[in-house]
Write a protein of this length. Structure first.
Length: 308
């Protein structure tokens, strides 16, 4: 399953325009910041799945913001037209020890900016059009190869108050040659005491409100990204990162607009793979450079902007 995560993340990306802030993810217009710490984890080499003495620890700083540029509601039909701007960034410092060759870069930066257009249609359908550009780099040199462009159109159906899904297409240059791929997403929420929240491909969580100030949830999350690595493995420079985690997430509501979020748990699986930035490489089997099962700790602050 983990080997397919980069493709799943790409195909679902058009419905996940906000930053990968984990438990601090934005739920609407606002600003979020978070810090993640992953202690040293042993490297598992791909050729024989041996857990080596080489270790990697990670410290990540994440930022995300979403702003409403314009919003118009037709009072007669209740149809909405809205433009939003989204900004995000993630800087990762990796501490690699006892490696005989470079597998993981020492630093990773991912910065993104995009626009979204939302237009209500008939029969609970909504059109989402988006375009964004992302720089994914190891900080050694920044060239055009570090720029990943994406645009897409998604049609979302609000089947009922609990269930919604979206289908569409996304244009991306993640594999070098610009290509069109399908995009999809699923959202499902309950409103019982214990709330089930499925937001594919980002997360599955079940949570409850402990009191008027505190929420607690158990969540399984997927994180991923693409980077142009100056010193790739076997001369290949397109690095894909995938991470699969599960943990407890506690949210404290500091008034009506601010949330403080703490989370901790287990990194069930994480890996990087390297390929050439060519379309022919998309579905090829690639060696998986894995890190052993680990723990993580995260803290974040979210400002939920008031909006109509």
């Amino acid at each position: 399953m983990l080997k397919k995560l980069p493709i799943l993340l790409l195909l679902g990306a058009a419905t996940q325009a906000q930053a990968q802030l984990g438990a601090t993810s934005l739920k609407g217009p606002g600003i979020g910041i978070s810090t993640d710490y992953l202690p040293a984890s042993r490297y598992i080499r791909p050729e024989d799945s041996v857990k080596t003495q080489s270790t990697t620890s990670q410290l990540r700083y994440n930022f995300g913001a979403s702003f409403v540029l314009s919003s118009k509601m037709d009072t007669a039909t209740r149809k909405l037209r809205m433009w939003t701007a989204d900004l995000s960034g993630s800087y990762t410092k990796l501490d690699n020890k006892d490696y005989t060759k470079t597998i993981f870069p020492g630093e990773l930066l991912q910065a993104s900016a995009g626009l979204k257009y939302i237009h209500s249609l008939n029969n609970n359908w909504t059109l989402l059009a988006m375009v964004n550009g992302t720089v994914g780099t190891d900080m050694e040199e920044i060239t055009f190869d570090d720029l990943f462009l994406q645009g897409g159109v998604i049609f979302m159906k609000q089947h009922n108050k609990r269930f919604a899904y979206g289908v569409g297409v996304v244009l991306t240059n993640a594999f070098g040659t610009p290509m069109v791929l399908p995009a999809f997403g699923i959202q499902y929420k309950t409103d019982n005491r214990f709330k089930l929240d499925i937001n594919f491909p980002e997360k599955i969580s079940i949570g409850t409100q402990l009191n008027s100030f505190t929420d607690l949830a158990l969540a399984v999350r997927v994180r991923g990204g693409a980077y142009d690595a100056t010193h790739g493995v076997a001369g290949k420079k397109l690095m894909s990162y995938s991470e699969f985690s599960a943990g407890l997430e506690s949210t404290w509501h500091l008034g009506h607009q601010f949330d403080f979020v703490l989370s901790c748990g287990s990194i069930l699986a994480s890996q990087v793979s390297y390929s050439d930035k060519k379309l022919s490489e998309m579905f090829k089997e690639k060696p998986s450079h894995r890190l052993a099962t680990n723990v993580f700790m995260s803290a974040g602050l979210r400002w939920n902007m008031p909006h109509k």
